[in-house]
Design a protein around this ligand. Structure first.
Ligand SMILES: [Zn+2]
Length: 386
């Protein structure tokens, strides 16, 4: 048995009383939480820092791991997207799989125990099967043309079946408002409702996305021109992208909005009123990489939005580390209390993925993972204790 103690212990939802000791069995399963006066002091592994449950990375694209340092920074989302499209398939499958395995190992080292991972192909299956991490794969579907919704949806279900028959968890997710019709979103969301599984969508990562919906102008017209995809059928909605699609989602399904960099206060308010199972994913390092901008995290907190944290992919990030994302938020929003960010990185992510029986909280009889956060606020590092 192991007895772990530290100056601070965070449960996943709150800081526990001083002198809390975690009791682990030899397989690193948490079996009890006690007070230090119940334990022989000499047996306790004492640490300096914050003990937390293992981190949940709510948004990643393992498939893009081989694109690290390949796409230019600060180009804006359209040129970033074009860069990914041009480069992602120019590498051998062997190299792509090796990059995924390395990224997976990096996440384990960074104290990440569960990942919500976007996939467009079956290439990540072997890495996920061999991993210590719990993966929930979001099979991502793309089709702005409503006429293509049914075909794309059927193909997505086939790909999801490949993950499921490899004993991997997953569901379906539309890519983004500008790349998924409301018809496609409705099919996906209804399917997730029937299977009681979460879904996800990239949201307002750029202001170009809102311009496209409100006025049918801006950079997305260039994108569709460049990839030679006519979009005559698309008509402006005179609303932001989020408010144009939010009612296509089933309001009782856990729904992840990823990025939210250009989400207005009004958009947050109206969406929260229309949909009670929204989760707002912060990927600050990717936002700085692509658009050099950050979402209004203070306002999201003020409006009681459920926050989770994601790394996005190595195509738009220097690493896959939740603690680095927390550091970036602390540097840019020093007023945000740390417990809000720690809960976003642990309990909230597990709640979104529907895995709180295993992860996200220091619950006896779980292998939730135990991390130690060391160092000063905004320069934290993480060590995996169990
Ligand atoms: Zn993403």
């Amino acid at each position: 048995m192991r007895f772990l103690g530290s100056s601070q212990v965070f449960s996943g939802k709150e800081f526990l009383a001083p002198h809390t000791i975690l009791v682990l069995d030899n397989a690193n399963k948490l079996i009890d939480i006690v007070s230090s006066n119940e334990i022989d002091e000499l047996k306790v592994e004492k640490h300096e820092g914050i003990i937390t449950p293992g981190f949940i990375n709510a948004h990643c694209h393992l498939e893009l791991s081989h694109l690290k340092d390949k796409i230019k920074k600060h180009t804006g989302i359209v040129d970033f997207g074009l860069g990914v499209m041009q480069q992602r398939h120019t590498f051998s499958e062997e190299l792509q799989i090796r990059a995924m395995a390395e990224a997976d190992k990096e996440m384990v080292k960074q104290g990440i125990v569960a990942v919500g991972d976007i996939s467009n192909t079956n290439l990540s299956i072997s890495t996920k099967q061999a991993s210590k991490i719990y993966y929930h794969t979001f099979v991502e579907l793309i089709a702005l043309n409503p006429e293509k919704a049914t075909t794309v949806f059927d193909n997505g279900k086939q790909l999801l079946l490949e993950f499921n028959s490899s004993s991997l968890h997953g569901s379906l997710a539309p890519h983004a408002p500008y790349s998924a019709s409301k018809e496609l979103i409705q099919l996906i969301s209804h399917y997730c409702f029937q299977n009681n599984s979460p879904t996800s969508i990239h949201n307002q990562e750029s202001n170009a996305e809102n311009n496209f919906f409100q006025f049918k102008i801006g950079d997305y017209l260039r994108l569709y021109e460049q990839i030679k995809l006519p979009i005559d059928y698309f008509t402006k909605t005179q609303k932001s992208s989020l408010l144009s699609v939010i009612d296509a989602f089933h309001s009782s399904i856990n729904t992840l909005l990823v990025h939210n960099t250009f989400c207005s206060n009004e958009d947050m308010k109206v969406s929260q009123q229309l949909h009670h199972q929204l989760f707002w994913c912060l990927c600050p390092k990717a936002n700085l990489y692509i658009e050099n901008a950050l979402p209004d995290i203070t306002e999201l907190i003020k409006q009681n939005c459920n926050l989770v944290i994601g790394t996005d992919s190595l195509a738009s990030n220097s690493g896959l580390s939740i603690i680095d994302e927390i550091n970036t938020i602390c540097k840019n929003f020093p007023e945000i209390p740390l417990d809000i960010l720690l809960q976003a990185a642990t309990f909230n992510g597990a709640y979104f993925l529907g895995i709180t029986n295993q992860f996200g909280e220091l619950n006896p009889n779980t292998n939730c993972g135990i991390n130690l956060i060391e160092g000063k606020k905004s320069e934290f590092t993480v060590k995996k204790l169990a």
